[in-house]
Write a protein that binds this ligand. Sequence first.
Ligand code: FCB
Length: 440
Amino acid sequence: MNFTRSDFPKGFLFGAATSAYQIEGHAFGHAGRTHWDDFAATPGNVIRAEDGARACDHYHQWPADLDLLQAANFDTYRFSTSWARVQPEGRGAPNPEGLDFYDRLVDGMLARGLKPAATLYHWELPSPLADLGGWRNRDIADRFADFTQILMSRIGDRLFSAAPINEPWCVAWLSHFMGFHAPGTRDIRAAAHAMHHVLLAHGRSIEVMRGLGMKNLGAVCNFEHTSPADASEASLKAAATYDAIYNRWFLSGIFKGTYPAEALAGLLPHMPKNWQDDFPTITQKLDWFGLNYYTRKLIAHDAGPWPHVREVEGPLPKTQVGWEIYPEGLHHFLTTTHRDYTKGLPLFITENGMANADVVTNGAVNDAARIAYLDAHLAVTRRAISEGVPVVGYYTWSLMDNYEWSLGYEKRFGLVHVDFETLQRTPKASYHALARALAR
Ligand code: FCB
């Protein structure tokens, strides 16, 4: 890597991120069924109809996985907790094995000197709640508050940080408007409801955690740098609409108590009743904000119904999932988020990384492309810091190859290669490079 720990401010934290359904193995430990199991069981949704039943078997192999984090000289680990593992029915009685699992996991991090950074929800909604309308149903916010109470009463005393929901855009828009993720809905009214309820649930969860006396609470959103694909007035407008829905809706909701006009232009008629009244809950004070950043999009006008947006393929080098590599976009979001919304709040990069077609050859994985990707994004991070943006930590996605949602197991985002037949872990060159850069 082109940097070492000493090139960053003292106390800057480095970590890796994962999520529950993508690594644990949901068939183990009496976890409940989730809408990802249902989505994956429906032909055409996921490559080879793969699901998270076994995944990386982290449920059993977690001690060795935490050893890998420690040996890479990471300071912190961003993990998530499965709602359906803790409350198999989504409400009511908790599953003691689920609570025990997260309890052991947190203690395991502390024993290895890793700061536990928890995300409560990274997408595996319990199926019984999906039956009741899931994120379309306002009741989800109170159910999520109950889940928060149950889980955090058990592990909240030992966490370094906590965030309620990973990437509200994916929970709401990708899953209810575009239909690419569970529950695979393509419906504007469902999407508008989910766009609002996801933030209401965020707010209710923060309230509960404050009530428990927890500190260092934040939110994690994802961002895609957006540019018009051509100079036409119509494409400028399309890009602004895309940017409002993707990059500004959640920030505006949480930090300004309003939604962007370009997004309301289409969503207003479909919003849940009295949505404006929920902003006191949504805008509660946070202690930090997390940005997930991977790529950019070129957007052109589309003649169909609102939002009139169409993605156009760009010319930049692409990763294994076809995402253009554009580090400047991360610099853009760090500076604009600080300037326009968070205004001094500590910022974390909570996810950043790339998929690569990695193969093990003689026990080694040469992922030079990933080393270059991480280097480039950490370079613009340093630049933002030198310009006064309070970035305090960086988590790479992901510790190990895992279940990449509708793309199944073939897209590899890990620092550690996983053979999905044998479950053998093999640290890649990027893992070794990071371990050297982060040596204390
Ligand atoms: C993010 C998700 C994460 C993973 C990466 C590649 O949007 O949070 O689970 O899928 O993308």
